[in-house]
Write a protein that binds this ligand. Structure first.
Ligand SMILES: Cc1ncc(COP(=O)(O)O)c(C=O)c1O
Length: 483
């Protein structure tokens, strides 16, 4: 964006363009949507049609909207049509010991540093979370009530009112035959996944995951002394079904750990038929699958996907999720629906934490009861979709030609592939000198195949600082390429 032009707000058309740009970023108009007509905007703003037209041309120059002949102006859709998607790499299929914890921890350690532009953190910023409503809930409780909530340990399976709210939402996700007792509250989704892995595996067992996968899964697999079997994964449809049965047999897989909906980091979203077939296969082979559905609510178009759990006939799908991406990561409230492993998981939770924090459970339960969550989710989805669109456009403009970018239909992460001579661990060191962080792709696999990839979060609202951050990364990549 041309800062000189933007700062020159003496011009009415620039002022209007800035206002509309802000509204687009807030999600009032979604990517691909038609902008208010010139005539209508002229009436709304009190400015002449010529001035409104100039604003639209200005927005077009900024790359935010586009004119379509005889149809008007539209918010630019994702530019997937002219950006290539990252390659699907075919790592050797073999169980591997993982060793990424020391590097991963040093990178994640910086997560709370306010001086760093965090492009690696897959979390929504406070502007996109219902913090005011949560604060209201706490403020309106009397000391007596708060005392009742926090004076003792909570129910080991979790607050009943919270579980009722989760049950309601679970039924909305096509999961039938789930009852209150089947839901166990955890300290976030990662805690749920940890409990599941602990309940099913013992040291040396093999866990099948997508390739690449969420780096925390690999860190956990390393910590638990497990082996990771990275499965061939399609950038848009997730784990490949071809030869899956043979791969599972040959590698003695104990459990699968999948993110079928808006996978972190690549954004893949498994089609319904594939979900059904995978669960049928795993059910038949009696192999449990841990399903991480943390991004399930964050779809940009259409509706909720049926979960793997919804196809499970044998209690072998352990469903995990949390409110970290939509309400508050800090409250650490998640849940697991562990199927036939329920008693094991209950015992593990009891033995490790007794119960989850009662005040946190209460706040989320009250917020869900208020009925505000669905409205909030709608806004959040629009905002994330627009941010992702703008970040994609910006990366395409700022990074060297040939960059490949994923096109997720939900969630908040972009997977970016650079040319093979760029090692993103080295790149990370250089961008950190400029206080900019991202997630090096090498952390998402034990194969060493993704060292020229990176994960960029679209959680942060797009502003000049973010634009400059991406510009800087692009400049450093170009410098490295030139040697
Ligand atoms: C796929 C996935 N699972 C789990 C988590 C962690 O969730 P929580 O903060 O609820 O533990 C994340 C966070 O980035 C994630 O992306």
């Amino acid at each position: 964006m041309d800062t000189e032009t933007i700062e020159n707000t003496n011009f009415q058309y620039v002022k209007l363009a800035n206002e509309i740009e802000e509204r687009i970023k807030k999600g009032e108009f979604t990517a691909g949507e038609k902008l208010t007509s010139l005539r209508k905007m002229h009436k709304q703003s009190g400015l002449s049609i010529t001035t409104v037209y100039q604003s639209y041309i200005e927005l077009e120059k900024r790359g935010i909207i586009e004119s379509r002949s005889k149809s008007g102006f539209f918010v630019k859709p994702l530019i997937s049509s002219y950006i290539k998607v990252p390659d699907i790499l075919k790592p050797k299929i073999e169980p591997r010991r993982i060793s990424i914890n020391s590097v991963a921890c040093s990178i994640v350690e910086n997560l709370n540093d306010p001086n760093i532009l965090h492009l690696g953190a897959s979390a929504p910023p406070k502007e996109l979370l219902p913090i005011k409503q949560l604060a209201k809930i706490i403020k309106k409780e009397s000391t007596k009530n708060l005392e009742n909530i926090i004076h003792t340990y909570g129910n080991p399976s979790g607050n009943i009112s919270l579980r009722k709210q989760i049950l309601k939402r679970t039924v909305g996700k096509n999961q039938k035959n789930i009852y209150l007792d089947d839901i166990i509250i955890t300290s976030g989704c990662l805690n749920a996944v940890t409990l599941c892995l602990k309940a099913i595996t013992k040291k040396g067992d093999t866990v099948a995951v997508e390739s690449p996968t969420f780096h925390c899964f690999l860190q956990l697999i390393e910590d638990l002394g497990l082996m990771a079997l990275e499965l061939p994964t399609n950038i848009s449809t997730g784990v490949e079904l071809d030869n899956l049965e043979q791969i599972l047999d040959e590698n003695n897989v104990k459990v699968c750990l999948f993110i079928p909906t808006f996978n972190n980091p690549i954004g893949s979203n498994m089609p319904v038929q594939k979900r059904k077939e995978i669960v049928e296969l795993l059910n038949r082979k009696e192999i449990p699958v841990i399903e991480d559905d943390i991004h399930g609510d964050l779809f940009f178009e259409g509706r909720l996907q049926p979960t793997l759990k919804s196809f499970d006939r044998k209690g072998l799908v352990l469903y995990c999720s949390s409110f970290s991406k939509s309400i508050s990561p800090g409250l650490r409230v998640g849940w697991v629906i562990p199927g036939r492993f329920k008693e094991n998981i209950k015992r593990l939770k009891l033995n490790t934490t007794v119960a989850t924090p009662t005040l946190n459970e209460f706040v989320i339960a009250e917020y869900l009861k208020s009925g505000a969550h669905d409205r909030h989710l709608k806004t959040l989805r629009n905002r994330l979709r627009n941010q992702m669109s703008i970040v994609t456009n910006t990366i395409a403009q700022c990074f060297p030609e040939g960059v490949k970018i994923s096109v997720p239909a939900g969630g908040m992460s972009l997977w970016v592939q650079l040319s093979e001579n760029i090692n993103t661990f080295d790149l990370y060191k250089k961008t950190m000198e400029e206080n900019i962080s991202f997630l090096p792709g090498g952390l998402c696999s034990g194969t060493g195949k993704y060292n020229h990839c990176m994960r960029i979060s679209c959680g942060l609202p797009f502003d000049e600082k973010l634009k400059q951050g991406l510009d800087t990364i692009g400049r450093i990549i170009k410098d490295i390429s030139l040697g």
